[in-house]
Design a binder for this molecule. Sequence first.
Ligand code: MG
Ligand code: MG
Length: 267
Amino acid sequence: MIIPKTKEEIELMRESALIVSRTLGLLAKEVKPGVTTLALDKIAEEYIRDQDAIPGFLGLYDFPNTLCMSPNEQVVHGFPTNVPLKEGDIISIDCGAIKNGFYGDHAYTFKVGEVTEEVQKLLDVTKASLYVGIREFKKGNRVGDVGFAIQNYCESHGYGVVRELVGHGLGRKMHEDPEMPNYGKRGRGKKFSEGMVVAIEPMINMGTRRIMQHADGWTITTVDKKPSAHFEHNVALVNGKPELLSTFDYVYEALGIESDEEKEFRA
Ligand code: MG
Ligand code: MG
């Protein structure tokens, strides 16, 4: 069952999303060779609690940490560890927060120092595919239109689009209807309607789309051990159009990146 949000609820959800956005901005300054993902997890938990919010993942389905930390060939759902990041790694950081009873949930894949051209392209294409998908989240469209657009864009670059993990509706629960796959057929699936809030989150592999789950029951990696990237935004359908609730602005500010990629999705 899809639960549409009122204007007031959407404003509360923006607050939750922005707590996550600012957390990612804070982490952007700390991601560098030598830092451990457990240290980053502590920074995130402290910041979220300082905002009178609750880490959204901690304890959810028994997940033990604040952040999902998935380096290199890990796709999503990795645990923070004591292993230091090293030059040339990428690290996908997924973060959730609950404020006023609503979830924010978004993700960014960071570079650790300099990465190869090949890896840079994976990051660029995956992030671009996120906006390609968001553009289709509009009145009259359906779930399959978003999935088709992301799949088509990423596969045209020769990348593997993960099937087993998908985006989702978002609200008082972290995972609400509808599921938002990153693949699909035009005109198929549930129809979008005013007030819907979704998390759109392409998980894109440099090589095969095939993945495997580790014995820990959480960590997902690519079968061919090639890297995978993950970017996620929270988007509301307002006046028939997609409106971003989350932002990468804080990340870009920390990294000195100029970008107007979110402009068309602003209120
Ligand atoms: Mg997430
Ligand atoms: Mg999500």
